[in-house]
Design a protein around this ligand. Structure first.
Ligand SMILES: *Cc1c(COP(=O)(O)O)cnc(C)c1O
Length: 409
């Protein structure tokens, strides 16, 4: 979407910062939302009463002190975008898209249903916001390739859930055609409205550091919409004098679904679509990312790099991070695994400020943790498995179990 940057320059960088700080997490509708608090930069033209917001954004950014130390970083932060209404960052974009659709309907557009293809989180978010707005929703899902939690969300919200025997890319091809034939309105991230909302995460991170820009942002990526959103957010802050530089971007991919990594390593400016193999990081199991061209531009502008993590590397990172109090979804674990490699290689310096974006809540991905701790994940070593100890209700046995675990040699 094009913004009238000249018109927005009527406020100085300092004035924008003050305005955003005044609104942040407040109660005045709709500005308490992390997205609508930046409304002039996002979507100035929706009527207040048509905004569909469930208080998205404003998520915790916390200092991962103990985990950071373990991997050799003193200034590591995790931005928990999964602490959101439907449990993933997708809410940031969906609030904008659904609000605009509602406005369009008021203005006379006939929309039979809003639809998306999804690896599980977009569908959950669309179903929730659609239900809140009273709009019919259709979601196309690759059957058997999303978690139970993710599947239940659109069912609960009353969406039409279509499970197709294909992968995400297969679902995408069909939903695109449905949109072309005007059967549905398309809610995938090639829809620029979602990028407008998602870009607020960049602004929010800087705001949470009292308007200081971190050195690196690590982003688990699949369809690459969020990479372009992040860039859009930082660019707008630079254009409007709110920030004076950009962080470096790390696009983190699962080795099983790594078309961007392959292109990057080969020095190419275009991805070659692949058939994505199965990965525990199911929300990024995508072989033909629609937003790749925009992601290349983001990498250029942000002096970025692309790195990948194997399945073993991601489960190790998840287990290590969880043992320091985090509760990482497998995609966040891809980001953390990639980060560990880049620190070991000296690409990221020990005292640099790093933000790893956590894209979803770990509770949406319980199966992967259960199976890890039961040592049931195929081809994976559960080095840190911590299964429950089952005991009779007997004082001595309980006391003994505690001694066994913690007594010093
Ligand atoms: C959608 C999603 C991603 C990937 O975002 P893209 O914009 O497709 O690159 C990563 N992690 C989770 C949990 C997601 O839901």
């Amino acid at each position: 979407m094009e913004h009238d940057i000249e018109a927005l320059r009527t406020r100085s960088g300092d004035e924008w910062r003050k305005l955003f700080d005044q609104r942040y997490k407040g109660t005045r509708w709709p500005y308490g939302s992390g997205v609508w608090g930046k409304r002039e930069w996002v979507m100035p033209t929706v009527d207040d009463d048509l905004i569909v917001s469930m208080d998205e954004g404003g998520t915790n950014l916390f200092w991962a002190e103990r985990y950071g130390k373990q991997i050799g970083l003193s200034d590591l932060w995790v931005k928990l975008c999964g602490n959101s209404h439907s449990g993933s960052f997708k809410d940031l974009g969906m609030t904008v898209l659904v609000s605009v659709v509602r406005q369009a309907v008021r203005d006379g557009l006939r929309v039979q249903a809003v639809a998306c293809a999804s690896t599980g989180d977009t569908s959950a978010s669309l179903a929730a916001y659609g239900a809140a707005a009273g709009l019919p929703v259709v979601v196309l899902l690759p059957r058997g390739k999303i978690t139970t939690g993710q599947l239940v969300q659109p069912l609960a919200h009353g969406a039409l859930v279509l499970g197709l025997d294909t992968d995400f890319d297969g679902c995408m091809a069909i939903v695109k055609r449905l949109a072309q034939e005007e059967v549905v309105y398309l809610a995938n991230s090639m829809n620029p409205l979602r990028i407008e909302g998602q870009k607020t995460v960049a602004i929010e991170i800087v705001q949470q550091f009292d308007w200081e820009v971190p050195d690196w942002v690590i982003l688990p990526s699949g369809n690459l919409g969020n990479a372009s959103a992040l860039h859009a957010g930082f660019k707008m802050m630079m254009d409007l004098g709110v920030a004076s530089r950009m962080p470096r971007l790390v696009v983190a991919q699962a080795e099983a679904a790594n078309p961007m990594y392959r292109a990057w390593i080969a020095g190419k400016r275009e991805i070659e679509p692949i058939r994505a193999a199965t990965t525990l990081a199911s929300a990024i199991q995508i072989g033909n990312p629609v937003s790749a061209p925009r992601a290349f531009r983001a990498l250029d502008a942000m002096n970025g790099i692309v790195e990948q993590a194997s399945e073993q590397e991601l489960v190790d990172a998840a287990a290590e991070a969880d043992a320091t109090g985090m509760y990482t979804c497998p995609h966040t674990a891809v980001g953390l695994a990639v980060l560990k490699k880049l620190v070991q290689r000296g690409v990221i310096g020990k005292t640099q400020r790093v933000v790893c974006i956590s894209t979803a809540h770990g509770l949406k991905f319980t199966e992967f943790k259960v199976r890890y701790h039961e040592a049931q994940l195929e081809h994976i070593k559960s080095t840190r498995a911590n299964p429950a100890v089952i005991l009779p209700p007997d004082y001595d046995r309980v006391s003994e179990a505690i001694q066994q675990r913690f007594a010093r040699a």
